[in-house]
Design a binder for this molecule. Structure first.
Ligand SMILES: [Zn+2]
Length: 445
């Protein structure tokens, strides 16, 4: 499993960056952060690779003379926006189920599937005729006329003729048959085997298997449409003349949490020149204000003490009385979250804000039926209990589903029931629930 995760992370990063050294570096980060869950690791690989290609454009994918259809497909794919390539690669080449794809893209499974389907339609319409052009006219004189005298050396040449090829194919049954028989650009990409991962990636993957996975960042801010719930806890931090801060936790909470909050807020007090407001923020993306209350300029540095917590900007200089907004980003793991942002100044002052609350991730769930046999796809950060429900003539019944293997779980409905309505529910160890939409089957399965 670890080796498949390593090969997938490296393969995706290599497809995106086309640079083995860069892909190795990014894949190591992805497997270290993502743990052992394929969808989570690929989500981090996707995030790393998209950031890398946004910062530095990958080299163009050149076409060697005599290149095979798969080489042509990859060269054509490289002309598309990196996000499209990421979606096609993630959906086609790594054996992610619907739920796994949702996790990798940090969307609901259905939103992820819709997004991939939209890209697939445009690739089939715009790239497949270019691929057909690369295969030559075949026996069609009309196509020979379309391609005559057109350069075919690179992906751009093929795309330049693709519109004319598509027009011809629409009116030519022979060429339409050829295109239908031909593997599409997406199928050729999906059929490209994953490369052997470099040892650095394999070692990082085997070392990270026991670590809890950190959810990948969203594709776009707010892209997941999934709320982060907070406990009803109010935390008041009072600075006492430079001494240790006093922390009061109001609400039904356990002593362990209070104790760790005490430890968290023991240092540093914010009676120096730097002040951070507010003293506590929830784990959802937020911001805090840093103020220089002294009469002299202060150079400062900010850090988050959790691996998922990113503070932007990480450093700067503040004139007397000036204020700087620090943006907090990150995808905290499920459960009680307790972290802090600390700012230190070159005048010896320091300030801190606690990042505290509870994060819940409901299971990502999808299901399909083949006859009476229902297969559920589920991804969650912990164990999940799955139940198959069905209803006939207003009477509901349930059956337990097998324990998930590779995120897949099955159960069978009794035959000869119709019309039957079925759905699957999932509950994780934290009580978070998910269920699939009702499916109505008119004829007995
Ligand atoms: Zn034709």
């Amino acid at each position: 499993m670890a080796s498949h995760v390593a090969a997938s992370a490296f393969g995706h990063c290599l497809a995106m960056t086309r640079d083995e050294e860069v892909a190795t570096r990014l894949a190591v980060v992805a497997v270290r952060t993502g743990g052992r869950t394929l969808g989570v690791v690929l989500g981090h690989a996707r995030h790393q690779a998209l950031a890398a290609v946004a910062a530095e454009q990958p080299p163009p994918a050149a076409l060697r003379p005599g290149a095979g259809p798969a080489d042509v497909a990859w060269a054509l794919a490289a002309t598309r926006p990196p996000l499209e390539l990421a979606l096609v690669d993630l959906s086609g080449r790594h054996g992610l189920g619907r739920a796994g794809l949702g996790i990798a893209l940090r969307m609901t499974p259905s939103a992820a599937a819709e997004r991939v389907a939209a890209v697939a339609r445009s690739w089939d319409a715009e790239l497949d005729p270019a691929l057909l052009a690369s295969l030559g006219p075949g026996d069609c004189e009309g196509m020979a006329g379309v391609l005559a005298g057109r350069p075919m050396a690179g992906a751009d040449d093929l795309l330049a003729v693709a519109g004319d090829v598509a027009d011809h194919t629409t009116g030519c049954p022979a060429c339409a048959d050829r295109q239908r028989a031909m593997a599409s650009v997406r199928q050729l990409l999906a059929g490209t085997p994953l490369p052997e991962p470099p040892w650095q990636v394999a070692v990082a993957a085997s070392g990270s298997r026991l670590q809890p996975p950190v959810p990948p960042p969203a594709l776009q801010p707010g892209g997941r449409g999934r709320g982060l719930r907070r406990l009803g806890v109010t935390i008041v931090v009072v600075a006492l003349g430079g001494a240790a801060a006093l922390v009061t936790v109001a609400g039904g909470d356990d002593g362990g949490r209070e104790k760790s909050l005490m430890a968290l807020t023991r240092l540093p007090s914010d009676t120096g020149s730097l002040q951070l407001v507010p003293a506590e923020v929830p784990p959802a993306a937020g911001q805090v204000a840093l103020t220089n209350r002294s009469g002299a300029a202060v150079a400062w540095e900010a850090t988050g003490d959790a691996p998922w917590l990113e503070v932007t900007p990480p450093s700067g200089q503040l004139e007397p009385g000036a204020e700087q907004v620090l943006v907090l980003r990150g995808s905290p793991p499920e459960g009680d979250v307790l972290a802090s942002v600390r700012v230190t100044g070159d005048d010896g002052s320091a300030a801190m804000t606690a990042v505290a609350g509870t994060v819940e991730h409901p299971p990502d769930l999808g299901a399909t039926a083949d006859g009476c046999r229902v297969t559920a796809d589920v991804e969650d950060e912990g164990d999940v209990v799955l139940t198959l429900h069905w209803r006939v003539n207003g009477t509901e019944a349930t059956g337990s589903m097998s324990a998930p293997v590779d995120a897949k779980s099955t159960a069978t409905m009794p035959p000869a029931l119709a019309p039957v309505t079925w759905w699957v529910s999932a509950v994780d160890g934290r009580g978070n629930q998910a269920r699939t939409p009702d499916v109505v089957v008119a004829t007995p399965c």
